[in-house]
Structure formats: structure tokens, C-alpha cells
Write a protein that binds this ligand. Structure first.
Ligand SMILES: C[S@@+](CC[C@H](N)C(=O)[O-])C[C@H]1O[C@@H](n2cnc3c(N)ncnc32)[C@H](O)[C@@H]1O
Length: 240
């Protein structure tokens, strides 16, 4: 694995974050909404389909792996931070259909055209040479593959209030689409997430979970997208 394409700070940061990553997400109404939106997007775009090989690019602690397992015969996952990956390995140690490894999205150890379903959720904003990462994903995707790529927007409450700026890159929707086009992928759909939830703390107020869950789900495809904190862009590798 070539660690030179990544700033040292990202794995240092995620080494610390890994200790509370799952516990924080499991108890937070904010993350229940965010992950619910991510899963809605995943299932809406894979409905009625099954896949031979899935790839979770930057799988972290493996929170999304159960969803790939529902859709794919075999699932590979990799992550740059050993401490994050360790949690995923422990969770899936008895699952023979899952293969997990340490890795960098800019240098994937897979042959061309291996996967027919790929997701990279909340990873690319941490990759300094993001175009290299998207090109690698495109390389290992089979023609016709469905690919989910997530970006962080600078035109959002989230950008204004965020404390992770030192190891995060921010791309407007237009920049994200340009990167995807340069990597040779076609955009199918855009989901805007975290458009209304200015901070996580707000979601703990009485009634706030229901309100934000409604608003966020209602406006994923609206023009307000340009102010969303996150974009999940559903792409396709053309050909068949
Ligand atoms: C916010 S977490 C997301 C994890 C998982 N995708 C999820 O949705 O829970 C970001 C992850 O990206 C990983 N990451 C950062 N740079 C990476 C790279 N160049 N290649 C692979 N993973 C990377 C980090 O180690 C971290 O586990």
C-alpha cells in the first residue's frame, strides 16, 4: 500500500475516531437520519437487482457491509486506517462472503472490471488526490456497474460549523460532477443529505428527529440540494 498519496492526518484522525465511531452513530438521532438516507439511496438504486461482486471502498468499521451482503454474492471492503478496519474484521470474521483488507482507494489491488456494485460513502473527501481515487474505482468497475460516490459540499451549514477541515476536502456539486465525468463515469442521480440539520445537537431536541427526518427525506432531490452538506452521486460505468 502506498501511503504517500494520503496526508498522515487522516489515519491519525480516524485512529482516534475509531474508538467511538460505532457507539456514537448507534446512539445519535442525527446519524440515524443520515444513515437512513444513505441506505434509502442504496436500495432505491439497486431495487430488483442482485450483484456478483460488491466493493465497499473505505468501509471503515463495516457499517454498510450488511447492505452489500443483501445484494451481492461476494463483498470486498478496504480501508486506509487499520483501527477502523479492525472493527469491521471483528464483525465479519465468520462471514465467508466478505473479504477485508487495508488499502488506499488510489491504489486498488484488484484487476480491471471486477465489481458490479461499488460504494464509497464519506471517504473521497479525505483523499488528497481525489480524481486518482475515482479513476481507480472506475477501473475496477465492470461495464454497467452501479457506483455510489459521496462528496462534502462547501455551500452548507456543515462546512461553516465543521471541525474536520484540516483533513477534509470540499467539492461543490458542479465540481463533483466534473470529477466524475473526468473519470469516465456517467451521473444517474444526486441525493442531497444534511440540508436542514445545521448541527447534530439540534436533532436531540424534542420532536426534532421526526421533523428533520421528514424534511431531509422530502428534499433529497430538490433544488435545495446545492446547500446540502453531503451529496451521494449515483453513477454508472457505461457499456455492457
Ligand atoms: C467517515 S469514515 C466512513 C466509513 C464508512 N464508509 C461509513 O460510511 O461508515 C471515512 C473512512 O475513510 C477512510 N479513508 C480515508 N482515506 C482513505 C483512502 N485513501 N483509502 C481508503 N479509505 C480511506 C478512513 O480511514 C475512514 O475509515
Amino acid at each position: 500500500m502506498n501511503r504517500e498519496t494520503q496526508s498522515v492526518k487522516v489515519d491519525e484522525a480516524y485512529q482516534v475516531i475509531s474508538r467511538d465511531y460505532d457507539a456514537h452513530r448507534d446512539r445519535s438521532p442525527y446519524f440515524r437520519i443520515i444513515e437512513g438516507l444513505t441506505h434509502r439511496c442504496f436500495y432505491e438504486n439497486t431495487e430488483g437487482k442482485s450483484f456478483a461482486r460488491g466493493l465497499d471502498a473505505g468501509c471503515g468499521t463495516g457499517r454498510n457491509l450488511p447492505h452489500y451482503l443483501k445484494k451481492c454474492d461476494h463483498v470486498a471492503g478496504f480501508d486506509y486506517t487499520p483501527e477502523m478496519l479492525q472493527f469491521a474484521k471483528e464483525k465479519f470474521q465468520n462471514e465467508k462472503r466478505v473479504r477485508l483488507m487495508l488499502g488506499d482507494v488510489c491504489h486498488l489491488p484488484f484487476p480491471d472490471q471486477t465489481f458490479d456494485l461499488i460504494g464509497s460513502f464519506k471517504v473521497l473527501p479525505h483523499v488528497p488526490k481525489v480524481l486518482e481515487g475515482i479513476r481507480e474505482i472506475e477501473r475496477v468497475a465492470r461495464p454497467g456497474a452501479i457506483i455510489f460516490l459521496e462528496f462534502y459540499s462547501p455551500y452548507s451549514f456543515r462546512y461553516l460549523l465543521n471541525r474536520m477541515k484540516h483533513y477534509t476536502k470540499w467539492h461543490s456539486l458542479r465540481e463533483s460532477k466534473r470529477l466524475i465525468a473526468r473519470a469516465g463515469l456517467k451521473v444517474r442521480k444526486v441525493y442531497g443529505l444534511r440540508t436542514f440539520m445545521a448541527t447534530e445537537y439540534l436533532t436531540y431536541l424534542p420532536g426534532a428527529y421526526q421533523l428533520f427526518n421528514f424534511l431531509e427525506n422530502r428534499f433529497t432531490h430538490s433544488g435545495l440540494n446545492r446547500f446540502s452538506g453531503y451529496y451521494v452521486i449515483v453513477c454508472e460505468k457505461q457499456g455492457s
